[in-house]
Write a protein that binds this ligand. Structure first.
Ligand SMILES: Cc1ncc(COP(=O)(O)O)c(C=O)c1O
Length: 381
């Protein structure tokens, strides 16, 4: 039996052929070219994302947000304790403060009450993390709340392209939304990202920050622009996704529905296999209410036996993974946790979280093998 991998980046002849086509053509590998334009067009028609930047990573997208908001020393950014480190570091490096919010044990995301308790006059930004590609069930209320409190809402939607809250796609609720096209995601360009700008106020400035802090795009694409040569006009950086990376991603964006459909079959096969005995040994924490991209299947063990469980699977040629480390427990992240502050739920649950393999190269019969082995581990016969 071949080793069943936790993740295996999406690969297809069609995507490789498109990269080759670009390389063979004499066209710019830097871009923007046909592939970048195709992705943008598709994102608009499929999800209504109007003003977007294709970036080098979700991290880069978050860094653009931090530069756009220009926060001051005492301004606070609220982020979930169980989140991704660059959502925190993007703001830390601009000199403002970050504050952690505990999570709900079963959903691995904060409840609305937990968020409200942490907010004060200094809170300028809330980063909401769509854990496993699923949103909190109060996302629309949070959006309204942030508007009334004059707090910017940023969606860390790294894992969430193709998922919805109610009838609207994730990525359309925040002032900004940051997505990842890293090769561990459903759709990828090796490394890559997307920034969706929903708050009109920041559209123009984002064009400048994105393009090394210059007005190059305006000079090149707008014949009526008042300058002939571009120059340095904002603090920015080199955030652009190269056309070369976009050439691998482009057809995947055409295929989003088809690719998600296959992941949904894998997810449903797990659920069916587990259905009779699930509750006693572990919980599945992502049960979708709305249209879902089936990015992950995460389980929470009842006991703190994760290492033993992972070791057993590995011995049986199945690679599972631990998910994220809690930010406030990391070497760097703990510096931002005030003394005597406890994040009880995160602390309790962190050693019980396991992500099972789910990716487009996984076979349905491999899901059966994984489930049989898990049954064997828990001695369920
Ligand atoms: C929730 C979350 N945010 C941000 C990132 C960072 O994405 P990237 O590698 O594209 O910067 C990841 C990557 O795994 C993630 O899972």
């Amino acid at each position: 039996m071949r080793t069943i991998l936790f993740n295996s980046p999406l690969r297809s002849r069609k995507y490789i052929k498109n990269v080759k086509k670009l390389l063979d053509s004499n066209k710019s590998l830097h871009g923007p070219g046909k592939n970048i334009f195709n992705i943008k067009k598709n994102l608009k028609s499929k999800f209504g994302f109007d003003h977007v930047h294709l970036t080098t990573s979700c991290t880069a997208s978050m860094e653009i947000c931090a530069l756009l908001l220009n926060l001051k020393k005492n301004d606070e950014v609220l982020i979930p304790s169980y989140g991704y480190n660059t959502s925190a570091s993007s703001f830390v490096r601009t000199g403002c403060k970050i504050k952690y919010c505990d999570i709900e044990k079963t959903k691995l995301m904060p409840s609305f009450e937990q968020i409200k308790k942490k907010i004060n006059k200094k809170t300028k930004v809330i980063v909401v993390f769509h854990m496993q590609g699923l949103a909190v069930d109060y996302l629309d209320q949070l959006q309204k709340y942030c508007k009334t409190q004059k707090i910017y809402l940023i969606e860390d939607a790294a894992q969430a392209l193709g998922s919805y809250h109610k009838k609207k796609p994730l990525g359309s609720y925040g002032d900004f939304a940051c997505f990842s096209f890293h090769e561990t995601k459903n759709f990828h360009s090796g490394m890559g990202g997307l920034l969706v700008i929903n708050n009109k106020k920041f559209k123009r400035k984002s064009d400048l920050v994105f393009d090394k802090g210059t007005d190059r795009t305006l000079v090149v694409s707008n014949p009526n622009y008042f300058k002939k040569y571009y120059s340095w006009v904002e603090i920015g950086s080199c955030f652009r996704m190269p056309e070369l990376n976009a050439s691998y991603l482009s057809f995947q964006i055409n295929d989003i529905e088809k690719l998600i459909k296959y992941r949904s079959l894998l997810y449903k096969r797990y659920i069916k296999n587990f259905s009779n005995w699930l509750k006693d040994e572990f919980n599945i924490c992502n049960k979708p209410t709305y249209k879902y991209n089936y990015h992950q299947l995460t389980i929470i063990l009842k006991k703190r036996e994760r290492e033993k469980f992972l070791k057993f699977l590995k011995k049986n040629k199945i690679i599972a993974f631990i998910g994220l480390e809690a930010l406030h427990l990391s070497k760097m992240g703990k510096k931002f946790l005030p003394k005597n502050t406890k994040l009880k739920n995160t602390d309790d649950i962190i050693k019980k979280i396991v992500r099972l393999p789910i990716h487009n190269n996984l076979k349905l019969k491999e899901v059966d093998i994984i489930c049989d082995k898990i049954k064997e581990y828990f001695k369920v016969y």
